[in-house]
Ligand binder design. Structure first.
Ligand code: GRG
Length: 298
C-alpha cells in the first residue's frame, strides 16, 4: 500500500503538481475554438490551494488506490469548485472584483463570459469523469452520481440559494451549519466519496470514518473562513467586523465569538484526525491534510 514516505510538505507539493498537470491535460487549449472562452476557462481555473483535489488523493492513499485512478475525480472536483467561484463572484451574486489575487473572470473577460466560463467548467467536470479511461464504468458512474449530488440543488447550489435568501436575516447556529453543509461541505464530502468509489468493497465503518473526516473538516474550514475574514479585516483595516458580517451575513464569529469559534474549529479538526485512526498508517496523508488545512492563513 502506498502510505506517503515523503515529508508533509513534499507530499502536498507533489500532489498539487500532479493535479496541475492533470488539469492542464483536460482543459481545452487556449487556442482551441472559441479561443477567448477557452482562455477564460483556464484563467478561471488557475491558482487556488487545490484542497479538494488533495482530499481526493489523500483519501485514495488511505484506500490503497493508485494515483492514476484519482486524477479524473481530483480534476472534476476542482473544476466544479472553480465554476462555483466564478459564478459566486458575478455581479448578481457577490459582485467581487478580485479572486485568487487577480481580477475575477467577469472583470477580466466580461459578464457574459463569466457566466459561460462557469457553465463550461461545470460541464467539463462531468465530461472528465465520464470520459476517464482509467476507472471502470461502475466507478465512473458512481463518481458522476456523487459529484452531481454534491454540486446540485440538494448540495452546493441549494446552499448558495439559501445563503442569498438569508442575507439580512440572522440565522441560528443550526441553520448556519445546515447552509454551509450544503454550500461548501457537500463538495468537500464528494471528494472523499468519489475516491471511495475506487474501493467498492470498503468496510462500512471505514466509509463512515471518511464521511466524518469530511463533515468535520468541511465545517471547520467554514468556521476558519469566518475567523480569517475577521482577523484579516482587523489586521489590515483596523475593523472589528469581517467582510461577511459587514455585508449582513450570519457568521460563526458573530454567533459564537472569535475565541469560541477558533476553539470549535480546533475540536472539529481533532475529531477529523481521530475518525481516520481506523486506517492506521495509510491514513497519514488525510491526517497531514487536516493539519495543513488547520494551519492555513488564507
Ligand atoms: C455560485 C453555484 C454557486 C455556488 C457558489 C462555494 C460557493 C458556492 C461560493 C464560494 C464563496 C466563498 C468564498 C465561500 C467561502 C469558503 C470558500 C469556498 C472559500 C474558497 O475556497 P478555497 O479557500 O479557495 O479552497 P481556493 O482559491 O484556494 O481554491
Amino acid at each position: 500500500m502506498n502510505a506517503p514516505e515523503v515529508s508533509p510538505h513534499g507530499w502536498l507539493a507533489q500532489h498539487v503538481a500532479r493535479l496541475e498537470h492533470a488539469l492542464d491535460e483536460r482543459l481545452p487549449a487556449s487556442d482551441t475554438y472559441p479561443a477567448r472562452l477557452h482562455e477564460a476557462m483556464r484563467y478561471g481555473s488557475e491558482g487556488g490551494k487545490r484542497l479538494r483535489a488533495l482530499i481526493v488523493y489523500a483519501t485514495g492513499e488511505a484506500l490503497g488506490t493508485p494515483a492514476e485512478h484519482l486524477d479524473a475525480p481530483a480534476c472534476a472536483v476542482e473544476l466544479i469548485h472553480a465554476y462555483s467561484l466564478v459564478h459566486d463572484d458575478l455581479p448578481a451574486m457577490d459582485n467581487d472584483a478580485l479572486r485568487r489575487g487577480r481580477p475575477t473572470v467577469h472583470v477580466a473577460y466580461g459578464e457574459a463570459n463569466g457566466i459561460l466560463v462557469g457553465d463550461a467548467l461545470l460541464t467539463l467536470a462531468f465530461e472528465v469523469l465520464a470520459g476517464d479511461t482509467v476507472n471502470d464504468a461502475a466507478a465512473r458512474i458512481a463518481m458522476v452520481a456523487r459529484l452531481a449530488d454534491a454540486a446540485g440543488s440538494r448540495g452546493m447550489v441549494g446552499g448558495q440559494a439559501v445563503d442569498i435568501e438569508s442575507e439580512g436575516r440572522h440565522l441560528a447556529l443550526e441553520a448556519l451549519k445546515k447552509l454551509h453543509a450544503h454550500k461548501t461541505g457537500a463538495l468537500i464530502l464528494s471528494a472523499l466519496r468519489m475516491a471511495a468509489c475506487t474501493a467498492p468493497a470498503l468496510a462500512t465503518d471505514q466509509r463512515a470514518a471518511l464521511d466524518t473526516w469530511g463533515r468535520c473538516v468541511g465545517l471547520a474550514f467554514q468556521i476558519q473562513d469566518d475567523v480569517l475574514d475577521v482577523e484579516s479585516s482587523t489586521e489590515k483595516l483596523g475593523k472589528t467586523q469581517g467582510k461577511d458580517e459587514a455585508q449582513d451575513k450570519s457568521t460563526y464569529v458573530a454567533l459564537l465569538g472569535l475565541e469560541s469559534a477558533k476553539q470549535r474549529a480546533a475540536v472539529l479538526f481533532d475529531e477529523a484526525r481521530a475518525a481516520i485512526a481506523c486506517f492506521g498508517p495509510h491514513g497519514r496523508a488525510l491526517k497531514q491534510l487536516a493539519d495543513h488545512i488547520q494551519q492555513r492563513d488564507h
